[in-house]
Design a binder for this molecule. Sequence first.
Ligand SMILES: Cc1cc2nc3c(=O)[nH]c(=O)nc-3n(C[C@H](O)[C@H](O)[C@H](O)COP(=O)(O)O)c2cc1C
Length: 190
Amino acid sequence: MKVVGINGSSRADGNTFILINKVFEELKKEGIGTEMIQLFDKNISPCTGCGSCSCESCIVNTDDFKGIFDKMVEADGIILGSPVYSADVSARMKALLERAGYIVAMNPNLLRHKVGASVAAVRRGGGMAAVDAMNHFFLNKEIFVIGSTYWNMVYGKDIGEVLNDAEGMQNMKNLGQNMSYLLKKLYLND
Ligand SMILES: Cc1cc2nc3c(=O)[nH]c(=O)nc-3n(C[C@H](O)[C@H](O)[C@H](O)COP(=O)(O)O)c2cc1C
């Protein structure tokens, strides 16, 4: 079993990275494989709306989208993580979801019945909108969405500040436990 975590931040190894890793910690305890993909150094153009994605991929092959989308398709679980930018997900995350969303709309089998979790790092406002935006992607793609004891946002501005949000970090830990619970039920009949 494998879970891929996608960090939509423009900062390497920042707060969103810390949150995804907190969820990963719990998955690893259960023997679930993990892989982090950080978008800060990736080039993903927005969807052109050409409508040619019936071929299970995207005909725009001049950027980093295909490699990342292939890993989403291969994984059993997907964590989408974004910092809150302008009360929403980052533009990097948005571009990925536009492209992936259109392909999967035409090829629904690609992500069906995977397990998904969304997390957001936020200084103060817009966390709910960002988490909702990522969950909308999952819900529209027949991906089972994992919840926790609170909505999946953690407060912090500078790198590392999210660690001071004890309730938020505890929520990430619980999220990881819930994700591994469902993955094992689905794939190991545990
Ligand atoms: C372009 C930009 C826009 C931002 N917009 C918001 C915002 O609307 N609301 C908010 O609470 N924080 C906002 N922030 C702060 C980040 O969400 C916060 O610093 C977060 O912890 C960054 O996570 P990262 O370290 O993973 O990049 C913004 C930061 C940037 C760079």
